[in-house]
Design a protein around this ligand. Structure first.
Ligand SMILES: [Zn+2]
Length: 240
C-alpha cells in the first residue's frame, strides 16, 4: 500500500518538531503517510543510534505513520552525490507519494540544507522515465518545505490545535534528546530545559497569524490552490 504523503527529514525527530501535527491532521482526513529519516542520527551528542531508532519508531506510531524508515546517508555530513540521490529517488518511486514534506533548503544546519536540496532534486528526477531504478517513474505533485532551525515566514499554515497533544506526545518520545533533570549527558540546544517550549511557542506564533491556538507553517516553490478564498481567511480577524 502506497502513501499519499512522505515526510523526509535529515535526522530522526526533524519531522516531529516541524510537521507532526499536520501529519496527524492528514491522517484524520483519510490520507496515509510515511516518514523517512535520511540519517540515523549517529552524530547526535546524546543517545545512541539504537536508542534513537526505538524512539523514532515510537514517535511514528504515536503520529499514526504507515512506516518509518532510516537511510544511512551520513549524519553530520549528509552525502548528496548521485549514489544517494538514486537511493532517495527509488524510495519516492516505491511509495508514490502525492506530496513530499522536507526541510527548507536553507538552514543553519548543513544536514537540513543538504536534505532539502537532495529531496527536491530527487522528487524531480523520480519522474524521469528513462532513468531506471528498481521501481517505475513517479513524480510527486509538490515538494513542501518545513522550517527546521531558522524560522521563516511561512507561506501557508495548517491549524493543528486539536491534535496538539498527539504532537507533544510524539516529540516526548525522543526522550534521549531532551532535557532530563539530573542527566549527566552533555548539554545541547535540544536538551535545554526550554527547548520544547520554544518549539511550541513557534506553533503558537504561527497559530496567532490565523487566529487559532497552534499552527504549523510551510513554504513551497508553487503556491497552493485555494478553492474558497473567503473560507480560507474565516476567523482570521475577530469581527468586533
Ligand atoms: Zn535535524
Amino acid at each position: 500500500m502506497r502513501v499519499d504523503v512522505l515526510a523526509i527529514g535529515a535526522h530522526p525527530d526533524d519531522v516531529e518538531l516541524t510537521c507532526g501535527g499536520t501529519l496527524v491532521k492528514l491522517k484524520q482526513l483519510g490520507y496515509r503517510f510515511g516518514i523517512v529519516d535520511l540519517t540515523r542520527g549517529e552524530m547526535g551528542t546524546r543517545g545512541t543510534p539504537e536508542i534513537r531508532a526505538k524512539e523514532a519508531q515510537r514517535a511514528a506510531e504515536i503520529l499514526g505513520a504507515e512506516f518509518r524508515e532510516a537511510l544511512d546517508l551520513g549524519d553530520g555530513g549528509l552525502r548528496r552525490g548521485r549514489e544517494e540521490e538514486l537511493i532517495v529517488i527509488d524510495v519516492i518511486r516505491r511509495e508514490r507519494p502525492r506530496l513530499v514534506l522536507t526541510p527548507y533548503p536553507d538552514d543553519r544546519h548543513p544536514d537540513h540544507r543538504r536534505a532539502g536540496q537532495l529531496v527536491t532534486d530527487a522528487c524531480y528526477y523520480a519522474g524521469t522515465r528513462k532513468l531506471e531504478t528498481q521501481h517505475p517513474a513517479h513524480r510527486p505533485q509538490q515538494t513542501v518545505y518545513f522550517s527546521t532551525f531558522d524560522s521563516r515566514r511561512p507561506e501557508f499554515l495548517v491549524d493543528v490545535t486539536d491534535v496538539i497533544e498527539t504532537r507533544r506526545a510524539a516529540m516526548r518520545a525522543f526522550e534521549s534528546q531532551f532535557h532530563k533533570e539530573g542527566s549527566t549527558e552533555p548539554a545541547t540546544i535540544l536538551a535545554q530545559k526550554t527547548f520544547l517550549e520554544v518549539i511550541e511557542a513557534r506553533a503558537r506564533e504561527f497559530g496567532m497569524m490565523i487566529n487559532v491556538e497552534f499552527a504549523e507553517g510551510f513554504l513551497a516553490n508553487r503556491p497552493p490552490r485555494i478553492p474558497d478564498l473567503v473560507q480560507a481567511f474565516e476567523g482570521s480577524e475577530p469581527g468586533f
